[in-house]
Design a protein around this ligand. Structure first.
Ligand code: NDP
Length: 244
């Protein structure tokens, strides 16, 4: 059976899960537009993908800026003629106990992890509705299902992504595919943004057993490979050795 190739835009593609997803989807023959703030990394990844015969482009993107996300989605349509799939993957995780009162970091998590996803949905929906199909893949976390100390705000943002995804699924039945991908601990740069010493120490142990980012990319590739009649709604992927 011939696989359908799709036009895919991926936020947060400069490292970790987004980078692995770009490689994996491009290897499957999909065209990928990569967005993040670190464009030097995106440029190198695009060169790598195109050297291997794939189709890729990049654009500087800050998901906290709704107009920037709209321009990112428009760029995908300009580059590839349509947007079949948007992967809302960009995220940050500066964990800390609530007592530490790190309001700036709470705001940043809300801005990137929740507003960023909403900006992606707002930008992509008109185009997807107009073309009569589309697939929104939101990357949440096991933290969308459970809460742990130092992770209250991070988990709140991921619970929100799960709620938004379920609402979007219900409102889009028959028109769009909506997938929530929830990784367990995965190798990436995510924990590098933790500045609180208590949280940083706790994470060193918690994150000692981790999946390669390619394992999450595999789950995303599976959802993206489905025909428009099949909607993979929620996937949780943990390291087999992890009890959390
Ligand atoms: P990384 O830190 O490696 O990647 C995060 C990506 O998000 C980077 O490409 C970064 O790019 C991008 N990003 C951050 N802020 C912005 C912004 N304002 N605008 C655009 N892009 C931004 O971590 P992961 O790969 O692990 O994270 C990917 C997703 O997976 C996140 O949503 C995270 O919450 C989720 N996740 C990860 C887990 C893990 O254990 N790794 C577990 C559960 C969920 P740049 O800085 O260049 O802008």
């Amino acid at each position: 059976m011939r696989r359908m190739t799709k036009a895919v835009a991926i936020t947060g593609a400069s490292s970790g899960i987004g980078e692995a997803t770009a490689r994996r989807l491009a290897a499957d023959g999909h065209s990928v537009l990569l967005g993040a703030r670190r464009t030097d990394r995106l440029r190198r990844l695009v060169e790598e993908i195109t050297d291997q015969g794939g189709t890729a482009a990049y654009r500087a993107l800050d998901v906290t800026d709704a107009a920037d996300v709209r321009a990112f989605v428009d760029a995908a349509r300009c580059e590839f003629g349509r947007l079949d799939v948007l992967v809302n993957n960009a995220g940050v995780m500066p964990l800390s106990p609530l007592d530490a009162g790190r309001i700036d970091e709470w705001d940043r998590m809300i801005d990137v992890n929740v507003r960023g996803v909403l900006h992606g949905i707002a930008a992509a929906l008109p185009a997807m509705r107009a073309q009569g199909h589309g697939h929104i893949v939101n990357v949440a976390s096991v933290g969308a299902y459970e809460v742990s100390p130092t992770a209250a705000v991070y988990c709140a943002t991921k619970f929100a992504v799960r709620a938004i995804s379920e609402g979007l699924r219900q409102e889009s039945a028959g028109a769009l595919q909506v997938t929530l991908i929830s990784p367990g601990v995965t190798e990436s740069e995510l924990a590098d943004g933790i500045s609180d010493p208590t949280a940083r120490d706790a994470m060193a142990t918690y994150r000692s057993v981790a999946l390669p980012a390619s394992a999450i990319a595999e789950a995303i590739a599976y959802a993206v490979a489905q025909p428009s009649t099949v909607d993979v709604n929620e996937v949780i992927v943990r390291p087999a050795a992890s009890a959390q």
